[in-house]
Design a protein around this ligand. Structure first.
Ligand SMILES: [Zn+2]
Length: 137
C-alpha cells in the first residue's frame, strides 16, 4: 500500500486539478474578462462545448458572467465585433490565446488596459483655469 503514496493528490482528485486550472486562467488575465475587462467570474469556451469545443487552455478564456451569457454559442469573434466594448487589442489577445501564445495574449491585454493618469497630471488639470487676472481690475 505504501508505494501508492507517490500518486499525486491531483490525480486522485480531478476536481482539485480543475479548480487549479481555472484559477491559473484567471491569473493570466489578472482576474479580468478577456472581452470587456470587467471582473472575470467564469470560464468561457471560445469554441462552445456544444460545437465540439474542448476544455483546454487554448479554448478557455476568463470572462465575466455578462459576456459569457451574451456570447452563448455564437462564434466568438463575430459576437465580439458586435459588442460596444470591442477593442481590437483584446481581439488580438484572444487570437493569440487560441494560438496557444498566452504570453503574447497577456501583453496585449496589458496594452488594452485603461491607463491611470499619474497624480501630478491630475492635479495640474485641476489647477488649470485658475483665474490669474483677479487683481487686474
Ligand atoms: Zn466581459
Amino acid at each position: 500500500m505504501h508505494n501508492r503514496d507517490a500518486v499525486f493528490l491531483e490525480d486522485l482528485c480531478p476536481k482539485l486539478r480543475d479548480r487549479r486550472w481555472r484559477k491559473s486562467l484567471h491569473n493570466f488575465t489578472d482576474n479580468s474578462c478577456i472581452y470587456c475587462g470587467k471582473k472575470s467570474e467564469s470560464i468561457d469556451h471560445i469554441e462552445p462545448l456544444s460545437k465540439g469545443g474542448l476544455s483546454i487552455t487554448k479554448n478557455c478564456v476568463p470572462a465575466c458572467l455578462s459576456c459569457n451569457g451574451s456570447k452563448s454559442d455564437a462564434e466568438a469573434f463575430y459576437w465580439y465585433r458586435t459588442q460596444r466594448f470591442y477593442d481590437p487589442r483584446r481581439a488580438m489577445a484572444i487570437r493569440a490565446w487560441i494560438d496557444g501564445d498566452i504570453r503574447l495574449a497577456m501583453r496585449l491585454l496589458q496594452w488594452a488596459k485603461p491607463k491611470q493618469l499619474p497624480t501630478n497630471i491630475i492635479s495640474n488639470q485641476n489647477s488649470k483655469g485658475g483665474n490669474f487676472d483677479i487683481k487686474a481690475a
